[in-house]
Design a protein around this ligand. Structure first.
Ligand SMILES: *Cc1c(COP(=O)(O)O)cnc(C)c1O
Length: 248
């Protein structure tokens, strides 16, 4: 099978899973954005997916992401439509505060914000005229080893970040907070997956009601828990293995 055919089939398969999960929870499939989590994937393969119609790519590691963006822009697509379509890059890894300048330069979305300082630095360093879009990472399972803010502190941090971002005048586009992101622990059943994702959905509602925010994005759901995440309101799913195949 050619790379092209492989990409088309895999992409359609995931889109079907997204559509079915959306339908069974009474949602529109086009309210869910597919982000291809392409860490440790070969750029040629990723390029084939972009040509097949994938518009959003997520990367965990800054240097790998920058290298992949360069590699992809050097690969000449076969058809005109994909040559003119723009790819949105999402930074989905852990953020070190000394890397905010490069992250702001190379990524449109940043999913792993967990401190006011990181949000402020991304806004200040954004060299583009459009706001960089931020999501606060939630630590839903209270895992010591993982980044993210605990549920009890999430709404208040959302309010602090929103206030800070809207009150600071940046020379360029600054940043805007759009919602939450979560990477829960693996669970034994879809029921347990749903119970965890529901916490994120409730936190979004609480933040909006309590602080008058207008957060609308929930980045949650990976290869193993995509359906549960969509049932609980995911607006972005980040899929690696089930889209691109096993990582190298
Ligand atoms: C790798 C990764 C994914 C995708 O995981 P798969 O299980 O391969 O679908 C999603 N989100 C983050 C933050 C990741 O690091």
């Amino acid at each position: 099978m050619s790379q092209q055919q492989y990409a088309l089939e895999k992409l359609q398969k995931i889109q079907t899973r997204i559509r079915e999960a959306a339908l069974s929870s009474g949602r529109r499939a086009d309210s869910i954005r597919l982000v291809g989590a392409c860490k440790k994937q070969n750029p040629q393969r990723v390029a084939a997916f972009v040509e097949a119609g994938l518009t959003d790519l997520g990367e965990n590691y800054l240097q790998e992401g920058i290298a992949k963006q360069a590699a992809l822009s050097a690969i000449r697509p076969h058809d005109q439509a994909s040559a003119t379509r723009k790819t949105s890059w999402h930074f989905i890894g852990q953020i070190q505060s000394n890397k905010t300048k490069l992250i702001a330069q190379y990524f449109s979305w940043v999913h792993g914000v967990d401190r006011l300082k990181i949000a402020a630095r991304l806004a200040a360093h954004n060299p583009h005229s459009h706001p960089i879009k931020l999501l606060i990472q939630l630590n839903l399972d209270h895992e010591e080893s993982k980044g993210g803010v605990l549920p009890a502190a999430a709404a208040e941090l959302a309010d602090q970040i929103s206030q800070q971002l809207s009150s600071t005048d940046n020379e360029t586009g600054g940043a805007q907070l759009h919602g939450f992101m979560a990477i829960p622990m693996a669970k034994d059943s879809e029921r347990e997956q749903c119970a965890t994702f529901a916490i994120a959905r409730e936190l979004l509602e609480t933040s909006n009601q309590r602080y008058g925010l207008q957060l609308s994005e929930l980045s949650m759901g990976m290869s193993g828990d995509l359906a549960a995440a969509i049932a609980e309101g995911a607006t972005m799913v980040r899929i690696g293995t089930d889209l691109f195949g096993a990582r190298t």
